[in-house]
Design a protein around this ligand. Structure first.
Ligand SMILES: Cc1ncc(C[n+]2csc(CCOP(=O)(O)OP(=O)(O)O)c2C)c(N)n1
Length: 626
């Protein structure tokens, strides 16, 4: 395979095995996309990895990681009303942050076109819920394409971009985790680089662009007419397709990833039902669906997560007075989890017990891998900070987690972080917990990327309303959990060096009176600072600073010259107190069957953060790996 960037910019048509996220970037290139924005979140960060593989000088569009999803959407919208085809992408819950601007997009004449790429996460692989963002399409009068595989990611983006440009309306391309991450051979088209018209074409005559009070009605009317036109387009286009098994009794309507799982499962079916696959999940092409219903006695709606299609289809069937038996979700389990082949099997068997042969139940002798919860990396500064904060607090004190690698502090043995909601929420939740509360200290944790993303209003509120709590700012210099993207304090953006906005300066600028700061490895200092901070009046901050060690070691490895070191346990000195395993809990420590503890030299990076935690001083200073 050619270098990825070279491949993505190839002028000639080619075919290659790629991830959905990579196929998307080729589609952006072919479609003539001019501006792309994002805030990182699984399952979408590899889209940025593919973008980065194209050398900046050759990249045909501008890309930025913005400070959050709302900002990213606003930047893309601004560019799109200036005439540039734009795309914004982010994870499922990112749309909650972007919603305030997103729900207005369909009211506007977006002359350049704008595609909103969502990475939904059925199965909660890496999110705090499994929200079904198809609801937002309905809520905001925005068409929603739902590809099944990388080929469709590529094809549907091209269709979405063309439609968006033609109608001047936003279009959603809804991906899900395993549409983003699955790989298949995709055949791409030619790419003819054209010199884009980058003149600023914003013109109020294309508007109105001011949605206020009754001025909104003509804009809303236009959005509804656009939706109607898109539905009619979908009736004629090949975006929806039928897999005809010649079965006039049973049919299935589905879309997205469940379609490919369904094809797998139907391999073994006794009499395969016909399948109508909807590529445009909203608005549903009701005439196409009606014809499908009319030609089958029973139709199962097979949809992952919520009952979006079911509601639209049942309402239409009622109005059309259809006799077809429509089977939607049968029990609560149907609303949960990713529709893998195993899940589809379970759902279909409940509907039609005779459809599929009985499945062999896995036997007990099958190898079973124990669940391995996510954990902080060896050398992670967050671990040291948690170790210290825990010592400073009483059992009854309240700790609030936020989103990031540091969320993992909620797990034993640290148990630091007893509540979690969404990015940036810890400070204000902590403020609420501090009300009427004179007995239990409130400590909230915050990452540095999250600080800029959504925490600032909470910090300002804590100062403005004189809330009484302590924030431990876990500053590791990066957006670690999603793959080390730069943030406003990094001194670099995606494209260039830039002025860093240090978190401490921001806090000082806001007038935070009590700011303490130490390297997270200085656990004695952090402990003493937290003790002091929780007794200070009002809002106090302890900055526990240490670079992300995964990032640092990876960079050293890439540059060459990284030498792996490890600590070692002096078995003579070790008193088997097991603090290294039970309290500090670095995964490099392993208990042997005889009760002794050894260091996994492959995992250990020799950072030495553990040394001072051993009450018997049995951990020796790092040595080079042999
Ligand atoms: C609204 C929203 N956007 C994106 C994400 C994805 N996400 C999870 S953790 C995280 C990064 C947090 O970075 P930081 O606060 O610096 O903490 P670190 O992981 O570096 O410890 C992001 C972007 C999310 N969960 N919610």
């Amino acid at each position: 395979m050619k270098h990825m960037g070279e491949m993505l910019m190839s002028r000639a048509s080619f075919s290659e095995i790629v991830m959905g996220n990579t196929a998307l970037v080729r589609a952006m290139v072919e479609a003539g996309t001019q501006v792309v924005t994002s805030y990182p979140g699984s399952p979408t960060p590899e889209i940025a990895t593919a973008i980065r593989s194209i050398p900046a000088a050759e990249r045909p569009f501008y890309f930025e990681f913005s400070t959050n999803e709302k900002v990213a959407t606003e930047v893309a919208y601004g560019a799109a009303v200036n005439g540039h085809l734009s795309t914004v992408f982010f994870k499922s819950v990112g749309l909650n942050v972007a919603a305030d601007v997103f729900v207005q997009l369909s009211l506007m004449n977006i002359i350049g076109g704008m595609v909103v790429v969502l990475g939904d996460d059925p199965g909660v692989n890496s999110s705090q819920n499994e929200q079904d963002n198809r609801h937002f399409a309905y809520l905001s009068y925005t068409p929603l394409f739902e590809p099944t595989d990388p080929t469709e990611v590529y094809q549907f983006y091209l269709k979405a971009a063309a439609l968006s440009r033609e109608k001047g309306m936003p279009v959603i391309l809804r991906l899900t985790t395993h549409v983003c991450h699955q790989k298949e051979r995709v055949t791409f088209g030619d790419y003819e680089p054209l010199t884009p018209d980058r003149s600023p074409r914003f013109d109020v005559q294309n508007g109105p662009y001011i949605p206020i009070a009754s001025l909104v009605f003509p804009q809303k009317q236009r959005a509804l007419e656009n939706l109607q036109a898109v539905r009619e387009w979908a009736e004629r286009s090949d975006i929806n397709r039928i897999v005809d098994h010649g079965n006039n009794k049973r049919g299935i309507i589905t879309s997205g990833l469940p379609f490919s799982s369904l094809l797998d499962v139907l391999e073994n079916a006794r009499a395969k039902p016909d399948v109508l696959k909807l590529g445009l999940a909203y608005p549903v092409a009701t005439d196409t669906v009606r014809r499908f219903l009319e030609t089958h006695e029973e139709v199962k709606i097979l949809e992952e997560l919520d009952d979006q299609m079911e509601k639209q289809i049942k309402a239409m069937a009622y109005d059309a007075n259809l006799r077809t038996r429509i089977i939607g979700k049968t029990d609560l389990d149907d609303w949960m989890g990713e529709y893998t082949p195993g899940k589809i099997y379970q759902v279909l068997v409940k509907t039609w017990p005779d459809l599929l042969p009985a499945k062999k139940i896995p036997t007990a002798d099958k190898p079973h891998a124990p669940a391995r919860p996510a954990q902080l990396c060896p050398g992670c500064g967050h671990r040291s900070a948690f170790h210290a904060v825990k010592k400073a607090l009483a059992e009854t004190d309240i700790t609030v987690a936020d989103i990031g690698c540091h969320t993992l502090g909620f797990q034993p043995p640290y148990n630091m972080g007893q509540l979690l909601m969404c990015m940036g929420s810890a400070t204000s939740i902590g403020a609420g917990l501090s009300l009427f509360n004179t007995t239990r200290k409130v400590v909230v944790f915050m990452g540095d990327s999250t600080f800029f993303h959504a925490a600032l209003p909470g910090v300002v509120n804590a100062l403005f309303n004189r809330h009484n709590l302590t924030m431990v700012l876990m500053e590791n210099g990066t957006t670690a959990m999603t793959g080390h993207q730069d943030h406003a304090a990094s001194g670099k953006n995606f494209n260039d060096v830039t002025d860093a906005i240090p978190v401490r300066s921001v806090l000082e600028g806001l007038g935070v009176r009590h700011i303490h700061e130490a390297d997270a490895y200085r656990m004695d200092k952090i402990e003493q600072m937290v003790r002091q901070a929780v007794d200070e009046e009002g809002f106090s901050v302890v900055i526990a600073k240490h670079p992300c060690m995964l990032k640092q070691t990876r960079e050293k490895r890439q540059k060459g010259g990284y030498e792996q070191r490890h600590v070692a346990i002096d078995q003579e000195t070790c008193e088997r107190i097991n603090e290294c395993i039970e309290v500090f809990a670095c995964p490099t420590f392993t208990r042997q069957p005889d009760g002794s503890v050894v260091v996994n030299e492959e995992l250990c990076i020799g950072d030495g953060s553990c040394i001072k935690t051993c009450p018997a001083s049995a951990i020796g200073y790092p040595k080079l790996n042999p």
